[in-house]
Design a protein around this ligand. Sequence first.
Ligand code: ZN
Length: 488
Amino acid sequence: MKVSYPSVQSFYKREVQAEKEPAADASPVKVGDGFTEEELSDALDPLSRKWNPEREYEEMSIVQLIPGPRAVTFVGRIVNLTTFFGDTPKQPKAAGFHSLIAKDDSGAISIKLYFARDQYPLKLGQLLSFWTVFISDTSKIGSSTVSAVTVCANMFPGRVTSDHIMIHTTGSTDGICHTPLEYKKGQPLPGLMTLDTWLKGGHDGVTGAKILVCVKSLGGRKTIRRKDGAESDLADVGLFDHTGEVPMTLWNSQIDSCKDWQPGTTILLLSSPGYKVQFSGKGSVGILHQTMIDVEPDFPDADWLRKYAAGLMKKESLNVVWPEGVWDVEAAEYGVVRMLFTLAELDRWVRSDGNQTFTGMINVTIMEMSLVSLHRRNMLMCAECCGVPIYSNALTIPCRNCSTPLALSLNPRIIGTLLDETGSIAPGKLLWSTRAWEMLFGRNVEEITAMTGEEVRSFEQRVCWLRCHLVVGWAEEVGRLGVLGVLM
Ligand SMILES: [Zn+2]
């Protein structure tokens, strides 16, 4: 062990002990420091303070910013965000800072944004306005590895009176600052590659590599304990394009960003993403210091992926939500015109004239049932939320990610292959109405979920190899054959 010698400073007591007190306790009544309530709240909550600057700030785009002293204002969207807590030697009054990259359509700037007490409610993709009087050159600091970012700024709104930021939350600013950097109309975006190419080697040594992905799923927040004993939160976001899938890990303050993302809808453009190998040996995306994430980028490739994703999600989703009011159940079952289709006829009918809405009957044998196995695996009921399928034997369950209470429907995979003389229907392809389930089981859904293992087994044995009439309906907007009723 090293012998520690007393330093010169240790012989002198610190004069101003009050400075080390946390800002939260700095009540003006107690300390009597001469500040008014308003001044104090302005310093602690700079977002809500009145901003009437005495000097004039020149409005600029980010690419126009030149290192040096100058009062400037600019807007940009957050494309990278990390938050640090604790004392910083440069700003002893700060409780921490956000390290972020903001970008507009012209360029990007790296910003260190200090906060006195509470962190700012920042999210990736948010539009911010900045006012500051000094722009620095990242190459002089020598810390920058972000090639696209040549300027930076240190800001402490509330403490430094010439600094201010504003978070735009109104819809009127939705359309601006969405064009990717380096994008030129009619030309492919430099460095853009498919997920498959990136995973198979494009991540290695290609500077400025970009991947364009759609959010597939949002994982729940997990807490892990690091080696040094501190706790960290993380959440995995599933991403995909037309060539592959990859998970991306968000840490701590980044997790809030994904709360607004919609599986199957939200498009992200990742510039210089980090490549990490998971325990499984598969690749994953990490957010590095130089990574830029454009949320909902505006260029033709993004439009294409958005359309592709919408089609794919429709095809792959569990699709258990019954469309109300599409078919006339009474007429289909008891009406004068009741068409009896073979599966081959039905297939031909839908393929040749699929935009019609019609109902009819099919007469099929239930070749197999998965009722017993799904019941045992606690997967009798299912629902979909945050892009993730959720299973349970219970009627309702909260989503693991967003905690929304979900009403579950019976799992369509309970019914295995259906067969007639002309064809078959694979498990899970039909969309069952609650009415049809209740007719098949002879009890309501609540009673079905309450069935014991013994009841489930004897019911499965009874229904297997049963030949029955299904009242079915087709509609183009549903895209699946719906089962309206069951006639034994
Ligand atoms: Zn959810």
